[in-house]
Ligand binder design. Structure first.
Ligand code: 1C4
Length: 440
């Protein structure tokens, strides 16, 4: 294995994502367990890296473990009701102490001069402050929740100003009432509320598990808001369902995606942001269509989708007979039994290349990431088949592929069988290739 080759293909894969994320706002909520030792150092280094790439960052930190620890050290027992802390006067004093100390630790970690840090000479500026106003949670089922609060308002303008000044905005899970009281807040709720108020591109929760797991412990990589809500309702009182509800709230109120990742995985955040495969669970509002293997029942829908594009010369003409014999190479994007897109992965005997072919998304669904999802699906399928290179031929859509890391290539580099077809059909299409690299 040639390490330089891996670096080059990985860097090419990351480039479009770097471009896309520049100037975008990410709100990242981290659970309290991550905020010490190596995990904190790694997170701080990754935040520094993201900020140096022009990503606008709001970091909302939890403090549950640290507050529990202070309470225990003072001989108390942390009290919760429905996963929310019951905050009496003494608990509030402990919470202020623990959150204050934690904030210093986080700021120090963000300043530390790591050898590989792009900001070695100028640490990232951190802005913290009274951005959140709160009101009491009140009495729930007869239990007075004391100084546990919910967000009342966010000073969005102040946060945006700090972001415009290229500061990382650090939000602690505390809010203040107009009468000058302090309330302890829920990190998940605060992060979701900030993401909505700031119209963030993404809300990311870094947690202690690989993402959202189904009842059999399997990771769900993509969920629509509806699927996430259904999952939350299966175990309404679990911590996962609380997390899901906030993640769904964000995507239903204008945030493009909520992502839930394992914060202990070194590089998990960067992998999610800069690779096609990502990591963890992604939740999108769009009752997001599923990409699945096509079958012969899909052929009428596929034909309806591709015929107009064939008429325009964008796609090569494919007969019904061709579709019937090659349907196993197609995937479709489906929602509510309606097909919104299709694509095929053509392979060539004795060759490690595959062709992304017959890629189409219905006109009323374009620009919503469906094309990207079909491409992702085929990249993963190609890797599973051991292919090392993908290519696409296009008369109209070359830029779309280039923006996703494909490079123009000479037609002569096509597999011989495909090159013959290329010269015979006279379409003079442009060729684009994408190295899949040696890693999966
Ligand atoms: N060029 C550059 N950018 C484009 C673009 C284009 N033609 N069409 C859309 N975009 C941009 C949008 O402006 C948007 O940009 P933004 O707002 O994010 O900055 C972004 O792409 C949207 O990305 P997305 O992931 O949401 O994409 P979708 O809209 O869901 O889907 C398609 C993108 C290109 C698939 C969709 O626009 C579509 O169906 N277009 C018509 C069909 C088409 O052009 N398909 C690509 C074919 S190339 C042929 C074959 O038959 O096998 C020909 C082979 C030959 O020999 O010539 C292929 C592969 O099928 N080859």
């Amino acid at each position: 294995m040639n390490p330089t080759r891996n670096f080059v293909s990985d860097f090419r894969e990351a480039a479009p994502y770097i471009h896309y994320l520049r100037g975008k706002t990410l709100v990242v909520g981290t659970v309290s367990g991550l905020l010490a030792g190596e995990p904190l150092k790694r997170l701080a280094a990754d935040f520094n890296l993201l900020a140096s790439l022009g990503v606008r960052l709001v970091w909302v930190h939890g403090a549950r473990c640290q507050i529990d620890q202070v309470i225990t050290e003072h001989g108390g027992t942390p009290q919760y009701y429905r996963h929310r802390r019951i905050t009496d006067d003494t608990t509030l004093t402990h919470a202020k102490y623990a959150v204050g100390a934690l904030r210093y630790d986080i700021e120090a970690a963000l300043c530390s001069s790591l050898p590989q840090s792009p900001r070695r000479s100028k640490p990232l500026t951190v802005a913290a402050g009274n951005f959140l106003s709160a009101r009491p949670l009140g009495v729930i089922d007869g239990i007075d929740m004391g100084y546990s609060g919910v967000i009342r308002k966010i000073d969005t303008e102040a946060v945006l100003n700090r972001l415009d000044q290229q500061a990382l905005v650090l939000i602690s899970p505390m809010g203040y009432s107009l009468s000058g009281k302090t309330f302890s807040l829920d990190m998940y709720e605060a992060a979701a509320a900030l993401a909505v108020a700031l119209k963030a591109e993404k809300l990311i929760y870094l947690v202690g598990q690989d993402g959202i797991l189904d009842s059999e412990g399997r990771l769900k990589t993509n969920l629509s808001a509806q699927e996430a809500t259904d999952l939350a309702q299966q175990q309404p009182d679990s911590p996962q369902s609380r997390l899901l509800r906030h993640a769904v709230h964000a995507v239903e109120n204008g945030v493009t995606r909520s992502q839930i990742l394992n914060g202990y995985q070194d590089g998990g955040l960067l992998q999610e942001l800069f690779t096609r495969n990502g990591s963890g669970t992604s939740i999108a509002r769009n009752a997001f269509a599923k990409v699945r293997q096509a079958d012969s029942l899909d052929i009428p829908d596929i034909m309806a989708l591709i015929r107009p594009l064939e008429e325009q010369g964008i796609l090569v003409r494919r007969s019904q007979a061709y579709l019937e014999t090659h349907i196993h190479t197609f995937c479709v994007l489906e929602h509510d039994r309606h097909i919104y897109g299709c694509a095929a992965l053509k392979t060539f005997a004795g060759h490690n290349s595959g062709e992304i072919a017959c890629l189409a998304v219905s006109p009323d669904t374009r620009d919503g990431g469906c094309g990207e999802r079909l491409l992702e699906h085929l990249c993963q399928a190609a890797r599973r088949q051991g292919l090392t290179r993908l290519f696409a031929l296009s008369t109209h859509t070359g830029e779309w592929f280039v923006e996703r890391g494909f490079q123009p290539a000479a037609p002569e580099t096509l597999p011989p069988e495909r090159y013959q077809e290329y010269t015979a059909n006279g379409r003079n299409s442009k060729v684009f290739v994408y190295p899949l690299g040696e890693t999966v």
